[in-house]
Design a protein around this ligand. Structure first.
Ligand SMILES: Cc1ncc(COP(=O)(O)O)c(C=O)c1O
Length: 383
């Protein structure tokens, strides 16, 4: 983004050129990234094929790329291919886990206060008691205090939302998993904001994510991975029509949007081709550029982020602006798409709405200037 014009250097210029031009400025990858034209084609070609040869024949034909995508998704989560299931969303993955996991009665889960709100609801609905883990002043799980807490009050599992949706917070996943395993406590990971954004390979016992965010796959599809030591303990009946299906894959919906699964698999291939480390590095850089640029605003304050951040940036209003109205104003007057985050996203730590900016790798300096100007301009919509 050091370029003075609207372009970015390679390979991110190609990344931008490989998808339809956005009607404005898209700074909303944490909600849904933009699919590439190749992903569109994979989806529409498959749909056409369903009409031409029959949906189940087309599904058989798509077996090889879907198998390759399953293996690739597993490798990105640190899970063997046989432990990977395609699901409809991250939420659906968590629901499946809560049904199939051999949880004790009563069960409890320990989470950071930054936990994704709808996950807390899923735990509640399954009767799993959620309690909070000790954190440091940034909101990161306190690695010194964690062993003590696990020893004195061991939960049935620890659930980590690796990358928070509402602010730049990336939990130290490897260290958390190591400490939990040393205490005999399994770890599940919500990688919805992590996959395609930061390194999401881990030794966790289960991990799940969605296609549409940083991987820029289609909506309505996601992934769930379960580590091998749990396969024989999952409570999933064999399928009547497919008794040989691996146990984790039994969690998949049989009647599924195969075109969307194919789209996800292609998006994963795109990500692997771009190079996960290069994408992750670029996204961290993009996040730091956005933070630097927005730190000069007076009507908005950066929500503090700890030292390791990614591309999610949050702003709190300092002049009682109505965040939802401001988000609408940015779109209507400046064609800039961002998110208004409501406290329900992280009810254990958020007390008021914030504005979320989540640029992908193709952010340009011109876009960043436009955002800064738009956020500086009045009139502000006040509450
Ligand atoms: C951290 C986190 N977890 C879970 C989800 C839910 O994902 P899905 O909409 O695919 O169920 C989201 C969606 O924004 C998220 O940000």
């Amino acid at each position: 983004v050091s370029e003075p014009d609207a372009t970015v250097g390679q390979p991110w210029h190609s990344w931008a050129a490989s998808r339809p031009a956005f009607a404005g400025i898209h700074l909303d990858a944490a909600a849904a990234g933009r699919m590439s034209i190749a992903v569109h084609h994979a989806i529409t070609d498959h749909l056409r094929r369903e009409s031409k040869v029959g949906a189940y024949i087309a599904e058989d034909e798509a077996a090889a790329p879907v198998a390759a995508g399953r293996a690739a998704l597993g490798s990105l989560l640190g899970i063997p291919t046989e432990g990977v299931a395609f699901v409809e969303s991250a939420t659906a993955a968590l629901r499946s886990l809560l049904t199939a996991w051999p949880l004790p009665e009563p069960a409890s889960v320990a989470v950071a206060p930054s936990e994704w709100g709808p996950n807390l609801r899923a735990f509640r609905m399954r009767g799993v008691d959620a309690r909070t883990l000790p954190i440091d002043s940034n909101g990161l799980i306190d690695l010194d205090a964690l062993p003590r807490q696990l020893a004195t009050c061991p939960p049935s599992l620890v659930h980590v939302t690796h990358v928070a949706a509402h602010r730049g917070l990336i939990q130290p996943l490897d260290e958390i998993v190591t400490l939990c395993h040393a205490a005999g406590v399994p770890v599940w990971v919500d990688a919805a904001q992590a996959l395609g954004h930061v390194d999401s390979v881990s030794n966790a016992d289960a991990a799940f994510a969605t296609s549409r965010k940083w991987l820029c796959g289609p909506r309505g599809v996601g992934v769930l991975g379960v580590a091998e030591q749990w396969w024989s303990r999952l409570q999933v009946e064999p399928l009547v029509l497919a008794p040989d299906r691996p146990v984790v894959a039994r969690l998949e919906s049989d009647e599924a949007n195969i075109a969307a699964r194919l789209g996800l698999c292609l998006a994963v291939q795109d990500y692997l081709l771009a190079g996960p480390a290069a994408v992750q590095h670029r996204l961290a850089f993009v996040g730091s550029l956005v933070r630097d640029a927005l730190s000069t605003l007076t009507a908005w304050r950066l929500v503090p982020s700890p030292t390791s951040f990614g591309a999610i940036v949050a702003l709190e209003p300092t002049e009682r602006q109505d965040v939802t109205a401001e988000r609408r104003r940015l779109l209507r007057e400046h064609q800039i798409l961002v998110t208004a985050s409501q406290p329900a996203r992280a009810p254990l730590e958020m007390t008021s709405p914030s504005l979320r900016i989540s640029a992908h790798v193709d952010l340009t300096s011109v876009q960043l200037d436009a955002l800064t100007r738009a956020l500086s301009s009045s009139p502000l919509s006040r509450l």
